[in-house]
Design a protein around this ligand. Sequence first.
Ligand code: AKG
Ligand code: FE2
Length: 326
Amino acid sequence: MEAASTHKPAYDRLAELKSFDETKAGVKGLADAGITHLPRIFHAPPHLLDNISPSAAHHPNSIFPIIDLEGASQDPAKRNAIVNKLSEASANWGFFQIVNHGIPLTTLDEMKSGVRRFHEQDAEQRRQFYTRNFSREIVAEYSAEVVKLGDLLFELLSEALGLRSNYLKDLDCGRGIQMVCHYYPACPQPELTLGATKHADNDFITVLLQDHIGGLQVLHQGKWIDVPPLPEALVINIGDFLQLISNDKFISVEHRVLANSRGPRVSVACLFGTYLFPNPRKYGPIEELLSAENPAKYRETTTAEYVCCGNDKGLDGSSTLLQFKL
Ligand SMILES: O=C(O)CCC(=O)C(=O)O
Ligand SMILES: [Fe+2]
C-alpha cells in the first residue's frame, strides 16, 4: 500500500475551482444550468454558518436604526436631531438606514432593474461589460446622486464627531466612489453557503442599495441582525477608515449576506474611499478628537497601504484594523 494515498484530499478542490473559473459564467451560470445541489467548492466552512436561520435575527435589540434626513439642509433644529441620531447609530451600530435622502425612488428602482437586466442577459452578452441592457445613463445618474448624498453625509458625520461641517470633506473622504453591483442568484441549498461571508468594508462609508429580497445581516452585540429591505431607503455603514480616523468613536461593523432560495437578489454598494486614484495623504486619528484620556489608537496610513494590507491578509474574518493598532 502506498503511504501517499492516505493523504489524498477528499476531492480535488483546485481542479474544481479551475474548471468553474473556465466557464467564465460565474455563479449565475450554475443557476442558469438549473443545478439542484450546491457544488462542494461553494460549501462554507461550518464556523461561517453560525446562526444562519432567520429566527436568529429576531433579537430584542433588532430595532435597526432608521434616520429620516428630511429637513437636514433647511432646518437647524431638525439637523441637530439628525446629527444626534447619526452619532448614536454610528457609535453603537456602525450601520443605519436613511430615508428622505433626496435620491428619487425612480432612480433607485431603475438602478436595481438595470443591474438585474445586466446579469440576466445571456452569458455571451454579459462578457462585454456595460452592454445596451445596462444603460450608462442610469449608472452616471445614480453615481452623481450618491456623490451628492455623500457630501451631505460627510457634513453630518463631521458634526456628529463634534468637528466643523467640512472637516471630513476636506480630508477627501467624499472624493471617490467605487461602485460594486452584486447579483446573488437563487441558491438551491442556502443552508450550506453564504451570499457574502462576513467582512467589514475598507472605506470611509458605504452607501448600499438593496432590493426587496433581504439577507443582509449585521453583527450587533454578538448577534446577527437583519437589515430589513425598504424600497425607499439606503443602507449606510461606517467603514474601517472612518473607524480609524475617529479613533474608534464610530465603528466599522462586520456584516454578511445570507444565501436564499426565494429568488435572485440585487444590491449596489458605493464605497467612499480614495484608493482608486493616487492619494499620498496619510490618515490617522483626528487630532481634535484626541486627549490625555483618549490617546491615538492607530498609526497613520495611506488608504492604498491599508487596502493592500487587507488584501494580503485575505478574507480570513479578522479585522485589518488590528494591524494598524498602536
Ligand atoms: O449585498 C449586500 O447587501 C452587501 C454587499 C457588501 O457588503 C459589500 O459590497 O461590501
Ligand atoms: Fe460590505
